[in-house]
Each structure stands twice: as C-alpha cells, then as structure tokens.
Design a protein around this ligand. Structure first.
Ligand code: ZN
Length: 451
C-alpha cells in the first residue's frame, strides 16, 4: 500500500515538474518572442517555431485532462431511479418504487376504471434532473392512458354516484336552477338541499351509460328520490312555561297524604325559533330568543309526615314510623321524655293530653303478656308484653280495674290492654311507657318514630 502511495506521489510530483517546466518555458518563450520581435532577426523565428510546437502539445495535454475530468464528473451524476414505462416507452423516472407506486395510485384515482394498471417499472440509473415528482408523474400517466377517453365530473349525492357530466359548470348551473325553483316555493326561507352534492373529476369511455347530458342531469335532479329540499324559517310563538312545585312537610296529614296549599300557575313566554323542515317535515327547532310575559307561580304542596292510622273497629290507632303503634289513643303529648329530670332519671316517656283519664291504652305490637297487675315499685296498675327477640314494652299508672289482659294472653298490635289512670307514683293522669331490650330500658322515642 505504502509503495502504491509513494508511486502515486512520485507520479503527481513529476507531473507537477513537467507542467511547471512547460508553463515556466511558456512564459520564458513569450518574453523571448516579445524581445525578438522587437529585435527582428533569423534566430527569433526558429525560437518561435519551437515555442509554438511546445505550446500546442501543452494545449492538447490540458484538453485531454479536462475531458477526462468532465466525463468522470458527469458519470457521477447518474443516480439510481425507477423508470415508469407504458407499452415499452419510458414516460418518466421516480426516485423509488414507493414514489412510482404513489404516482400510479394518484393516476388510478383520477382515471377510475380506465386506470387499470398498465405501467411497468424498472430499476435504472439516470441523471438526477430526469427525476420527477409523484404528482407530475401521475399527470403524465393520466395523459398517456386517457387517450380516447372523455374527461368527466362524477356527481355524487350523499356519496352515491348519480351520473357523470362532461361540463362541470353546466352541471353546477343545473343544480343551482333546481335550488332556485325550490326557493320560489319558500320565498321567505333559507333553502338548501338536505343531501350533500359532490363532484369528482375522472375519465369515462364515451359509451358509459352513466355519462349524462345536461338535459338528462336536469331530469335526474327533478326526480323526487334524488334530492330533498331543506328550508328554515323563523317562527314566533307564545309558550306556556311550567311552574315549579314546592313541597312542605306537615304533621296535620298522615304519611302518603298530600294537599295543595297554593295552586301553581303557568307563566307565558314569547319566543322566536328557527325551524328547519325537510320535505315539509319539521326536523329541527332552534331557540333564537325568548322574553317572559308572565313568570310562573310555584305550586305549594303539603306532604303528611304523621304516621298511618290503624283502624281497630271502634277506635283508631296511629302506626308510627317506628316499630310500635302509638300506645295511647287520642293522647299525643309527650309530657316527660326519657332521660334526666328533676325527679331523677326517667326510664320511659310520659304521654298525656286533654281528658287523659280513661283513654285507651293499646299494645305497641303483637306479643305475649308476661305481667299484668299491681306494682309495689310505683308503676301502679301495669302491664308488660314480650314481643320476642328480647324486646318488651311496659305500660304503667293505669286506672284501677281497667286491665283487660292477664299474664299468658297473646295480644295483637293496637289491642286494648287497659285505660290511662293516675295510680302508683304518679301526679296526674298519664301513660308511662317503657321499651326494654334484653332487660335494658332504652329511650322509646325512636321506637315510636319520634326521632
Ligand atoms: Zn313516667
């Protein structure tokens, strides 16, 4: 390798020496000639002869070197390319197969059925300046393959092919005329077609049956199945506006009952809507503006929260939202709740009301009477009912001789067990009511729907 470079170096060095000698001699001779031309003699002519001989050799050598360099450089301009050929004729070059394919795809898109693949490709080398863009190549393919075909515009209605026409402007005019006719039917509306009309340029054989004349297009567009007219117009209206309903709770009604305390009133409103019709069928109403003429008046409804009643024949018992019915008929005042009070901790609730004495005391729920009689502990005449699952109720201070049950009796919910009295540790006629769960005396309020 080193040998080769040494040889190359020597070669270039020698070429330099020769060239230098030639060029040096060249200038030397020019000087001599000029000198001798001014000193005209025989020797000057012979020197000039030698000089011209050498000058011609120099020019020839330089010309050979120049040509070699030019040829070498122009060969390096040839690059890899893909040729596009139709019927053996090269119509252009692409940089790659991908670019050639994309040109052909674009051409087929325009040519439609006429663009069945007729282009052949070959890998070749060519001048860079011969390469063309995909769109230019596509144009060339279209030009070559469309010979004998008619350039047309396909007309699509909502994506479906209707026909093709040669003159797109005439087609547009025909479509516009169809729309203008519709505008005469709805003079105060904005009118359009409900369908989307699109055009696509392509090529057809002259005898293609989908290639319509303008007159044929006119007839096709008039066909009711082809296009539908959409028109929009402003409409004024007076509307009733709904009233809201406000609910308030009341103890004066049983659960589930309602009563209208104040009737609601509809308001009214003036509105302008943009209404759209397709073939006279209303398809859309867009609200443009509205002004209230009269505000609506809300309706007020009372909703009962009082528990439901339980008819026991001759009297009525209130079924509370708790698990028990109300234990004293017609007495609804809780005169002393469960918990601390001045007389000590209260283990139940006291119920009383107007004309309390003698009012009926009823079983809070079905069960078995476990105790009924006189208490030495201050309850007076009392009853205890076992409801199962460790739940018991106690009723105290009842009137003498009023107890209607005995231990071992089974009772129904709301069944009379005695009458309200003032016996035992009591100061005024009232019912003392207790709820016991597993022997613990709990606050009866939640069991009676009071909390
Ligand atoms: Zn009490």
């Amino acid at each position: 390798m080193e040998k080769f470079f040494n040889a190359l170096y020597n070669c270039i060095y020698n070429l330099g020496l020769i060239t230098g000698k030639i060029i040096g001699g060249f200038f030397k001779k020019i000087a001599k000639i000029i000198k001798k031309l001014f000193h005209f003699n025989k020797a000057s002519f012979s020197s000039a002869k030698v000089f011209f001989k050498r000058a011609i050799i120099s020019v020839v050598v330089l010309a050979i070197i120049g040509t070699t360099v030019y040829v070498a450089s122009s060969n390096s301009n040839k690059i890899k390319a893909v040729s596009l050929e139709i019927d053996g004729e090269v119509i252009g070059y692409a940089t790659s197969q991908t670019q050639a394919d994309s040109a052909e795809t674009m051409a087929i898109e325009i040519l439609g059925d006429a663009g069945v693949k007729k282009v052949k490709n070959n890998e070749v080398r060519t001048d860079a300046c011969n390469i063309k863009s995909a769109s230019v190549l596509s144009d060339i393919i279209v030009e070559k393959l469309s010979e004998g075909l008619v350039a047309v515009n396909e007309i699509y209605i909502d994506g479906d092919l209707l026909c093709a026409v040669e003159d797109p402007q005439a087609a547009r005019d025909t479509i516009k005329q169809t729309l203008d006719l519709a505008k005469k039917v709805y003079p105060n509306s904005s009118v359009s077609f409900a369908e989307k009309i699109t055009m696509k340029p392509t090529y057809y054989a002259r005898n293609n049956e989908k290639l319509y004349t303008t007159a044929q297009l006119q007839t096709a567009l008039k066909n009711a199945d082809t296009l539908t007219i959409r028109h929009s117009e402003c409409e004024e209206n007076i509307y009733l506006t709904d009233y809201d309903t406000v609910e308030i709770q009341t103890n004066t009604l049983f659960v589930g009952d309602t009563r209208v305390r104040r009737a609601g009133q509809n308001g009214s409103e003036y509105a302008i809507n943009l209404v759209t019709y397709i073939d006279n069928q209303k398809v859309l109403s867009e609200h443009l503006m509205s002004v209230a003429i009269r505000e609506p008046v809300p309706q007020i409804v009372e909703r009962g929260i009082r528990a439901e009643s339980l008819s026991m024949g001759s009297y009525t018992v209130i079924q509370t939202t708790g698990i028990f019915c109300w234990p004293a008929v017609n007495l609804y005042t809780v005169t002393s709740p469960f918990g601390h009070r001045s007389l000590g901790y209260h283990r139940g609730i006291d119920i009383s009301g107007a004309n309390a004495s003698g009012s009926l005391v009823v079983a809070g729920a079905a069960g078995t009477v476990t105790e009924a009689g006189w208490s030495t502990g201050g309850y007076g005449n009392y009853v205890i009912i076992n409801h199962g699952n460790g739940v018991e109720t106690l009723y105290a201070h009842m009137l003498d001789n009023s107890l209607m049950v005995s231990p071992g009796d089974t009772v129904q919910k709301g069944q009379t067990i005695g009458r309200v009295g003032n016996t035992g540790y009591s100061f005024g006629a009232h019912l003392h009511f207790e709820v016991r769960v597993n022997g613990n005396r709990l606050n009866p309020a939640p069991y009676l729907g009071l909390e």
